[in-house]
Design a protein around this ligand. Structure first.
Ligand code: CIR
Length: 261
């Protein structure tokens, strides 16, 4: 099945984005546009069909589409965003997701953001963070358990989302920054630590046969390569200033052959 990547054009107001653990820095918008094009191109080179939406570029955080939904083979779950400024994003994404999956919205006051949900086989690790609450984890669990998924909640306090601190490598080992997350809470799976001088390097995306890594994390990229995985380095400095990483910029899922997009 073709791999589809949904992305969204960056907002000219990106600099007014939400920030939780970072201080505001100037963002070079033309460079952000160029880096977003480079990101989409890299995903294409890794074998994904990239669809770039332009639905609500007036919303500062619109480029971070990962947070708006959780897409599994069986369904898409529309997220009740944990921050008010982002609550108009999911309704636009819903229209696109309905072409590919049955869509189940989770209503407020539960909150849940896609950046907090990491699928590892049939287990979902879910960050309990400033954006995802216990009711969000419970609502997600009720939707996915009938499809054979188990859910493990992981407390996150030192970074924005679970995936800021932990993502999965192609062999399902977890790439982790142990300074940001208690690895004991992640279960029994094997863990690979990022390079200690690159605190935000744990957010990587497996696309086609490549692990996509932000170019600002060269030592972690080299480490992943030494583990035997081909690496695609992508310049994302302007999105890092907005507290976003590689996964945040797309919703990646297998599209049914013949589905419209
Ligand atoms: C936010 O605070 O919502 C955005 N500035 C960054 C979102 C990054 N998304 C992610 O880690 N999945």
């Amino acid at each position: 099945m073709p791999l589809l990547a949904l992305t969204h054009v960056p907002s000219p107001d990106l600099e007014k984005c939400q920030l939780t653990h970072l201080r505001a820095q100037p963002i070079d918008y033309p460079l952000a546009i160029e880096q977003h094009r480079g990101y989409c191109e890299a995903l294409r080179e890794c074998g994904a069909r990239v669809l770039t939406l332009d639905l609500y570029r007036q919303l500062p955080d619109c480029v971070f589409v990962e947070d708006t939904a959780v897409v599994l083979d069986e369904m898409a779950i529309l997220c009740p965003m944990g921050v008010a400024s982002r609550r108009n994003e999911p309704p636009g994404i819903e229209i696109e997701l309905k072409r590919h999956r049955p869509v189940y919205p989770i209503p407020l006051p539960a909150t849940l953001e896609g950046g907090d949900v990491l699928r590892v086989g049939r287990e979902l690790l879910v960050g309990l963070s400033s954006r995802t609450n216990a009711a969000g984890v419970e609502a997600l669990t009720n939707l996915v358990r009938p499809h054979g998924y188990s859910v493990r909640a992981v407390t996150i306090s030192k970074c924005l989302h679970l995936k800021s601190a932990c993502t999965a490598l192609p062999d399902e080992r977890l790439l982790v920054n142990p300074e940001l997350i208690d690895i004991q809470t992640l279960g029994k799976g094997a863990v690979v630590p990022i390079h200690p001088e690159e605190p935000w390097a744990a957010d990587v995306a497996f696309v086609g046969n490549h692990v996509c890594v932000a170019a600002g994390h060269p030592r972690t990229a080299d480490k992943i390569e030494r583990l035997g995985f081909p690496v695609r380095r992508i310049e994302l400095s302007e999105f890092a200033k907005a507290e976003g990483g590689v996964t945040c910029l797309s919703l990646l899922f297998e599209a049914e052959p013949g589905a419209t997009s």
